[in-house]
Design a protein around this ligand. Structure first.
Ligand code: HEC
Length: 147
């Protein structure tokens, strides 16, 4: 067995802590998205003329947790176990399918986190079409500095 010095051991620990801190929080995301939804591509496109409407929706319904800029640093700390996803994290968002984002908005965080459900059955009663539009809107955070 090659001997590992204390200094080497410390730098190995430091490096793995750093890697864990920088890695997208995939472990935190919902893993119960039904297969057919997870694979579904967004059927709608967000028209430029619709951006203002969804900016307002995001501001009134989402920004208290996700922040106005989508970084997840909202005004209120959610009381759930999981902190809000950083919607501007390019690597994280690239690893999430449209269907996964759709499902989270449809169903909310359930007992995993404080995010409310927005689907047709929920108090917010958004149509699936509106949710798909919001998915397209949310994608903009990782595509450009401000939506
Ligand atoms: C009460 C706080 C709260 C509100 C309000 C909220 N969210 Fe969230 N959201 C969270 C938390 C916490 C997570 C991380 C949940 C997880 O990983 O399971 C999250 C995760 C997400 C994700 C990532 C899902 C994934 O698959 O990685 C999306 C997209 C999202 N929220 C969109 C929205 C939108 C759009 C709204 C408004 C219509 C909204 N959220 C409102 C707390 C909130």
């Amino acid at each position: 067995m090659p001997k590992v010095s204390a200094a080497q051991r410390i730098s190995i620990v430091a490096l793995s802590l750093l890697a864990a801190a920088c890695a997208p929080d995939l472990a935190l995301a919902r893993d119960d998205v039904p297969d057919e939804i997870r694979k579904q591509a967004n059927p709608v496109e967000l028209e430029e003329s619709e951006v203002r409407y969804y900016t307002r929706q995001f501001k009134s319904k989402c920004s208290r947790c996700h922040g106005l800029d989508g970084t997840g640093k909202g005004e209120t700390e959610p009381d759930g176990l999981v902190r809000p996803a950083n919607l501007t994290d390019v690597a994280y968002m690239a690893a999430r399918t449209d269907g996964q984002l759709f499902y989270q908005i449809l169903m909310g965080g359930g007992d995993r986190c404080a995010m409310p459900a927005f689907g047709p059955e929920s108090d917010h009663a958004w149509t699936e079409e509106k949710i798909w539009h919001m998915v397209a809107f949310v994608r903009r955070f990782a595509e450009r500095p401000s939506p």
